[in-house]
Design a protein around this ligand. Structure first.
Ligand SMILES: NC(=O)c1ccc[n+]([C@@H]2O[C@H](COP(=O)([O-])OP(=O)(O)OC[C@H]3O[C@@H](n4cnc5c(N)ncnc54)[C@H](OP(=O)(O)O)[C@@H]3O)[C@@H](O)[C@H]2O)c1
Length: 258
């Protein structure tokens, strides 16, 4: 398998789950990795595993001001970035169609505006690379409308459109834009789930799929195939999804009156 080596890479969401597995894997392959999340302690612990090749940049990707400062700190650490993986993200489910906009905003701040902020901070340094790649982690849940995922799925669908638009804007430049859409991965994010998660993978397996996809020059990295193919089929024949799948999944039987 082709591996990514000797690159300068920024990974957000690197303190746990998929981002942590990616940061470690890439650092072990002789890349210089800048690892971000809000929690400094978890990042410091990650850095201990590979002190020479991991640097810490703590920031809240949803906070515009902090991300302006992060851009300045990034520029002190490196004069270029070859690869950025925007992995920071969160999930809040909407139970019983509460439509709580504060919850939706928190989710969009991390999953959508967080990626916009990450690209803004990284772009001048990506421009200094000969082969710049900007990758962001969406979700297979954005392929069809899942019950309770109004905020999460919509933030990831918006991210997909954003990445397509950036790719269109940058198509005459050397910037490669990559949309990563995992299925269910066993991380602190999903350990809270109280439903069956088909084809659950480990964070290490996810990191391997992502690295393989990045190395093979793909623009969309969907995995596992056992989940992505049926979902893409149902995304195409949407009436089947709403007739046969959604009724088995929704927890709502009657609309709330208050
Ligand atoms: N697990 C899955 O099944 C799955 C499936 C599809 C897509 N994804 C996506 O994969 C990405 C990683 O998720 P995960 O499963 O690895 O979850 P995780 O273990 O909870 O990791 C989330 C990471 O994002 C960071 N983060 C969250 N909000 C942030 C913010 N506002 N600013 C900076 N960092 C922030 C967290 O660190 P701090 O809290 O310290 O900031 C943590 O490092 C997410 O975008 C998620 O939507 C996950």
């Amino acid at each position: 398998m082709t591996v990514i080596r000797d690159k300068t890479i920024w990974v957000t969401g690197a303190s746990s789950g998929i981002g942590r597995a990616l940061a470690l894997r890439l650092a072990e392959q002789n890349n210089f990795v800048i690892a971000s999340s809000r929690g400094r302690d978890a990042l410091a612990e990650l850095q201990q595993s590979c002190p020479k090749r991991i640097r810490i940049l703590d920031c809240d990707v949803g906070d515009d001001e902090q991300m302006e400062q992060a851009a300045a700190r990034l520029a002190e650490m490196t004069d270029h970035l070859d690869l950025v993986i925007a992995c920071a993200g969160t999930c809040e489910y909407d139970d019983n169609l509460q439509l709580d906009t504060a919850s939706y905003r928190r989710v969009f701040d991390a999953n959508y505006f967080g990626v916009v902020n990450t690209l803004r901070s990284a772009l001048p340094l990506l421009a200094n690379s000969r082969t710049p790649v900007f990758a962001a982690v969406g979700s297979l849940s954005s392929v069809v409308g899942f019950p309770r995922a109004e905020a999460y799925g919509a933030s990831k669908a918006a991210l997909g459109y954003f990445l397509d638009a950036v790719r269109a804007d940058a198509c005459r430049t050397n910037l490669r834009v990559v949309h990563i859409r995992p299925g269910f991965i066993d991380t602190p994010l999903t350990q809270r789930n109280d439903f069956d998660m088909p084809f659950l993978m480990t964070a290490d397996q996810a990191a391997e799929c992502i690295e393989r996809g990045l190395a093979s020059k793909k623009h969309t990295i969907d995995f596992p195939r056992r989940l992505s193919w049926p979902l893409r089929f149902l995304g195409f024949f949407r009436s089947l999804w709403f007739r046969y799948c959604a009724p088995r999944m929704t927890r709502i039987r009657t609309l709330r009156k208050t």
